[in-house]
Design a protein around this ligand. Structure first.
Ligand code: EPS
Length: 400
């Protein structure tokens, strides 16, 4: 099962085991790759108000153990390893049996599927600890995108009932920068205060909170993805990748759900001639008056910013017990608290960036081909950009 066409990546590792392993296959040769650029994203994933005690234990750092020589990718699989510092607290320890499944976690469904006789076996792999490995892989893909001036950022727009007030005029790069300045990753300072307070209240009432984040990619060329087959549409590929993140329950491209309540004439991004570029020597370009489609039409990039929005459910490990059943006794039993987070939306946004970066790097490789960065560059420069000159029409009668 894979939504990628050129790249492949696997992760392995348990939440409280020795560490996380990832292998990324299909990266072209010649890409400069230092652990520092990956560690920056790993650190960003660890920040955020609402985390439990675990984030005070971990200090995620990557070890690049294959596919990079002399600071450059070789085209061979890139192997990445992140140590779990918490392992020291678990190894050789007698672990308390876990027999009461938490509603919302994979405890029960995992045990039904795999026949586990101990629920922790499901928890260990279902845990969002695995997202550290995804962020490491995403950071490598982001390095490739950056070579073509494509950037991917994110910010939080809702936590619980608190919704950020963001002006449509606020440029994405500014949103990304503002999001780095507070512990809920929200570009609206007032909204950020409200979100921080909402998480604090959830802590006080021994509960958890979800929310919504946006991931935006800028600098994309038009023409990535395809309309010709269901599994080649970039919209679906992005939705699967982001929807596969732990606790994500809804993914939309642009304002998908909001647009569903509007007339078509209020939704579609009208096509105009960009006069700024016309005149002697310049090629006339087509432009849009809005970007409600979120940068994709027919499952293909339009060249406008690509916007993916994701809804995260409240974390299922709650300090206030929920009704469940003790599978050992067969009796009704309250859930027992396991150390966990109160709100992970600010951190999930960084994971969303990683998954979007992987899908976009894959789509770029699909479009350009190439075993090395050097082969990709001239092909990128030759891509159609949606100028009138690029789109000559036959304009004669024809037959299907
Ligand atoms: C998680 C539970 C918590 C989180 C963990 C995801 O871990 P622990 O049970 O060790 O306290 O902190 O996330 C991470 C370790 C991480 O790196 O993001 C869960 O049950 O999903």
């Amino acid at each position: 099962m894979n939504t990628l066409t050129q790249l492949r990546f696997l992760t392995a590792g348990e939440s409280h085991g020795p560490g996380l392993t990832a292998i990324l296959e299909g990266m072209p040769a010649g890409l400069g790759l230092e652990p520092a650029s990956i560690n920056g994203d790993l650190a960003r994933r660890q920040r955020g108000f609402g985390s439990g005690g675990r984030m005070r234990i971990e200090q995620d750092r990557v070890r690049l153990t294959a596919g990079v020589m002399n600071g450059l990718t070789t085209g061979a699989p890139v192997a990445l390893y992140i140590e779990n510092l918490d392992w020291e607290n678990w190894r050789d320890r007698e672990v308390r049996p876990m027999t009461v499944p938490r509603p919302g976690h994979a405890d029960l469904t995992g045990a039904i599927k795999y026949g586990y006789r101990e629920l922790r076996l499901a928890l260990e792999r279902a845990s969002a600890r695995e997202t550290a490995a995804r962020v490491a892989v995403g950071a490598v893909c982001r390095r490739l995108l950056r070579e073509f001036d494509i950037s991917v950022g994110s910010y939080v727009v809702q936590i619980g009932h608190v919704i950020a007030a963001l002006s449509d005029d606020l440029p994405y790069e500014e949103r990304f920068a503002l999001a780095e300045e507070n512990d809920v990753r929200c570009p609206d300072p007032t909204g950020a205060q409200g979100m921080h307070e909402a998480i604090r209240q959830a802590m006080a009432r021994k509960d958890t909170l979800g929310g919504v984040f946006e991931v935006v990619a800028t600098g994309l060329p038009p023409g990535l993805g395809s309309h010709v087959h269901w599994d080649r549409r970039l919209s679906g590929r992005l939705m699967m990748a982001v929807g596969s993140i732990q606790a994500i329950k809804g993914v939309e491209i642009g304002r998908g759900f909001e647009n569903a309540a509007r007339f078509g004439t209020e939704v579609h991004d009208e096509i105009v001639i960009d006069d700024c570029l016309s005149g002697a020597g310049a090629r006339t370009r087509l432009a849009r008056t809005s970007n409600r489609a979120g940068g994709l039409e027919g499952g293909i990039t339009t060249g406008q910013p690509l916007l993916v929005r994701a809804a995260m459910k409240p974390i299922s490990t709650t300090l206030t017990p929920l009704h469940s059943v003790d599978l050992a006794s067969g009796e009704a039993a309250p859930t027992r608290y396991e150390r966990s987070d109160v709100c992970a939306v600010p951190r999930a946004a960084v994971v969303g960036e990683a998954m979007v970066a992987v899908v976009l790097a894959d789509a770029l490789l699909e479009k350009l081909g190439g075993d090395s960065l050097a082969e990709m560059r001239p092909r990128f420069a030759a891509l159609r950009q949606g100028t009138l000159a690029d789109l000559e029409m036959d304009n004669v009668p024809w037959q299907l």
